[in-house]
Design a protein around this ligand. Sequence first.
Ligand code: DHB
Length: 368
Amino acid sequence: FAQAAPFKIGFILPMTGQSASTGRQIEAAAKLYMAQNGATVAGRKIELIIKDDAGVADSTRRLAQELVVNDKVDVLAGFGLTPLAMATAPIATQAKVPMVVTAAATSVITTASPYIVRTSFTLPQAAVAMGEWAGKNKIKKVVTLVTDYAPGIDAEKFFKSQFQLNGGEIVAEIRSPLKSPDFAPFLQKVRDAKPDAVFVFLPSGQGAAFMKQFAERGLDKSGIKLIGTGDITDDDQLNDMGDVALGVVTAQHYSASHNSPMNKKFVQSFEAANKFRPNFMAVAGYDGMRVIYKALEATKGKGGGDDLLAAMKGQVFESPRGPVMIDAQTRDVVHDIYIRKVERVGGQLWNQEFDVQKAVKDPGKLGA
Ligand code: DHB
């Protein structure tokens, strides 16, 4: 009776470079999931392979090729930035290997390959919720400030259209570079435009530097309210941001302070194992593992790209973020979007959820 071959999950993540916190968070979460749920599924030993692409698309593509051809992985996973996911999509399609996106969040990603399933989020989900909240909460004039690449453009576009629908006016649209940004000149432009609020999207890892410059330039005392997608008050860095973050309102699908028994257990176990707080990248990695485990179970350990993919579509489950569904048509994540405000509770800074939109599908795919 031959031993069944291990089931290989090949994560490609930025473990070094500007987006290293994304890799660190997702690796920690994937390992926590395995520690809690066992390293054997339907008789197959789970083998986690982690490769560092340093956030460089050429490396992601090469590593994906190697994982598929040499390691013969059963699933590809990870993808810390949109260009890295887009670079890998054709490889997943050609190899018929499911590609579980646990970070990158531009709407279009899931359309790049029928083998992509996403457990992270989409920028339009959060941006639309924020546009509506701002319009309904006495904010009339807004400057948008986003990182100049695909998810930033998604955030800008979807915030703008929903905010305008709710009676708001966009007075300036500013984009800052992805690489090593200096926010000072852009913050000066925000100041000069004298809006009621500035709506900001930055990728995970840049929030603390932004907040520091926001305070240094006195914008926190200027009467210009700071709002955004939850990427700017990222739980990975939030607790070190200081008073400048207090009162910042964002929309997102995950807060480490989400009030559910499952999340309390998740945060507690995660912090015990890692000495840092899980963020929205961690929860996507954790849920990505869940989707893979259940798919392997559904195939009774057989695996196979098409059968795994079929078993990933339509999964409904409780996540530390709240209820989640993988939309069978779009293969994208459907989840609740919370409106949160940063508050100090028990001596620490948290994104405190105070409103919710239930079961939000990606607005980027509603044919608008
Ligand atoms: C993307 C990366 C992030 O770190 C983030 O917070 C949102 C989106 C991306 O590149 O898709």
